[in-house]
Design a protein around this ligand. Structure first.
Ligand code: SAM
Length: 324
């Protein structure tokens, strides 16, 4: 079992399989950004499998594939099948923007991915265009419907809620999720890089109070995922709401995860710089035991908490580089 200096068990790995994305969400990747990782530095499928297998031997039960846009990594279903077959791992999920799901949903489901998070900030085409930099809503919705048909469950919709941008769309998003049986997750914008800092932060606590009254929501005690969201639901279970509130009510005390970026860097915290490079060790032929020792050493670096509120200027890295 991996335990950090603060007694937290680390049993959840987020793996970025690419730092590239076909969208340019204005709170994430800067427009015109070109400084993507060289393919020579991407971990290969064999290297990824070795690292994930080592994490699984050390007690990691949950793995989420993310990016960038993970579906842009060629042959992702093949990687998913290899990872889902690893002993010890019992939950493989993906976070995606949905644009490529029509093509890949069935293959990913067959490969053992059963849970999906899809990012969608509005159902208004012009709003999605403004946020993502392209007319992407029709493709996202088509991908979402393909995922529903393929059988993924649950499907969670990640909505970064922003003041004056899409806060008025929350009601429509809730109705859409009720209609399709999706879980709605509202996320507070984080000051990651200049893009994240420029986002119109919205405190979700008053939003929660309003939605609780409107839908008569009760807080859920059983977790609906391995991540940081807190959940509420209607008594008949028709509507589930998740809140990710890194700013207004942070959840660092129960943080159970680390992130591996496409170049093999382990990031200990979304909001801090502590990191550990695994790629040089992998390419120098490190043994399995050595790899496990290196991961345990890396976990020692995990900081107690982020400082998004106290030091919002601190982080130069934006979300797609670490893997959201
Ligand atoms: N491309 C995939 C997607 O769109 O879901 C996966 C990667 S994306 C970086 C993962 C999540 O991070 C998305 O839900 C996105 O909205 C969120 N995100 C990106 N930048 C953020 C920021 N500054 N604050 C809060 N969430 C952010």
């Amino acid at each position: 079992m991996l335990t950090d200096r603060f007694g937290r068990s680390i049993e959840y790995l987020r793996l970025s399989v690419t730092d590239r994305c076909d969208l340019r969400c204005n709170y994430c990747i800067p427009k015109g950004f070109k400084d993507f990782e060289e393919p020579a530095n991407w971990l290969t499928f064999d290297e990824i499998e070795r690292v994930v297998a080592a994490f699984a031997r050390l007690g990691t039960r949950r793995l989420r594939l993310t990016g960038g846009e993970p579906l842009l990594r060629r042959n992702l279903p093949e990687l998913a099948a290899r990872l889902s077959a690893l002993p010890g791992l019992d939950d493989l999920s993906i976070t995606s923007n949905g644009t490529q799901l029509r093509k890949h949903a069935a293959a990913l489901y067959a490969a053992g991915v059963k849970r999906l998070n899809i990012s969608l900030d509005s159902l208004r085409r012009d709003c999605v265009h403004d946020i993502t930099g392209s007319d992407s809503l029709p493709r996202i919705l088509d991908g979402l419907m393909a995922a529903k048909q393929a059988g993924f469950s649950p499907i969670k919709i990640n909505m970064v809620a922003m003041k004056g941008v899409n806060e008025a769309d929350i009601g429509q998003m809730a109705a859409f999720c009720i209609e399709h049986g999706f879980v709605l997750r509202l996320i507070e914008a984080m000051p990651m890089g200049d893009t994240g800092r420029a986002a119109n932060y919205l405190d979700l606590q008053p939003v929660l109070e309003q939605l609780r009254r409107q839908f008569d929501l009760a807080e859920q005690t059983t977790a609906l995922g391995g991540g940081p969201a807190r959940y509420w639901a209607t008594r008949d279970g028709r509507f589930s709401l998740g809140l990710i509130t890194p700013i207004s009510q942070h959840f660092c005390a129960t943080c159970n995860r680390v992130r591996l970026s496409v170049d093999g860097t382990l990031y200990m915290c979304l909001g801090q710089e502590q990191r550990f490079e695994l790629r040089p060790l992998l390419r120098a032929g490190i043994s399995d035991a050595g790899l496990e020792a290196a991961i345990a050493e890396a976990i020692e670096l995990k900081p107690e908490r982020h400082e998004f509120s106290e030091k919002p200027q601190k982080l130069v890295r934006f979300m797609s580089m670490t893997g959201g």
